[in-house]
Write a protein that binds this ligand. Structure first.
Ligand code: 5GP
Length: 140
């Protein structure tokens, strides 16, 4: 049994516009913004606007739309950063590494031989994140 959705989570506040984020894509159902503690340049997060704690309680119809946006942004981020590959990750519950309890996919451009920085490590400079978001938006 999956734990309940907690409406005061940080991504719910981003959806509601109560806290700032560096957005790079939005449609009726989906929002994408830069991760504040990026594991590599171009690390972005894709979330549904509707409530889901993680993959385990998500509506499959919501997931269908979400994964299509993940694919589009994975391709855009790979192009924008001239990356060799792109890492897509999604964690469910603390045992699996989930720290924010609103469903999200990580999209991270990867270069051959360059290791990822630690998960949820240091905070990035906001101006740098804005520049990276513009690079991705330019190829959408
Ligand atoms: P997970 O729940 O999959 O472990 O990761 C949550 C991710 O959200 C982490 O990569 C972390 O850096 C990011 N994150 C946590 N708080 C914020 C925030 O307030 N704004 C943004 N943009 N990202 C956040």
């Amino acid at each position: 049994m999956t734990a309940a959705y907690e409406p005061d989570n940080i991504f719910a506040k981003i959806i509601a516009g109560e806290i700032p984020s560096v957005k790079l894509y939005e449609d009726e159902d989906t929002l994408a913004f830069m991760d504040v503690m990026p594991q590599a340049p171009g690390h972005l997060l894709v979330i549904p606007k509707s409530r889901a704690r993680n993959l385990l309680d998500a509506d499959p119809a919501v997931l269908g739309k979400l994964i299509a946006v993940v694919q589009m942004l994975a391709k855009a981020a790979k192009t924008a950063f001239a990356a060799d590959g792109v890492y897509v990750a999604q964690f469910n519950e603390p045992a699996a590494g989930q720290t924010v309890f609103h469903l999200h996919f990580h999209v991270v451009p990867r270069m051959d031989g360059v290791p990822l920085k630690p998960h949820a490590g240091g905070m990035a400079d906001v101006e740098m994140l804005k520049e990276q978001a513009e690079r991705i938006k330019a190829v959408l």
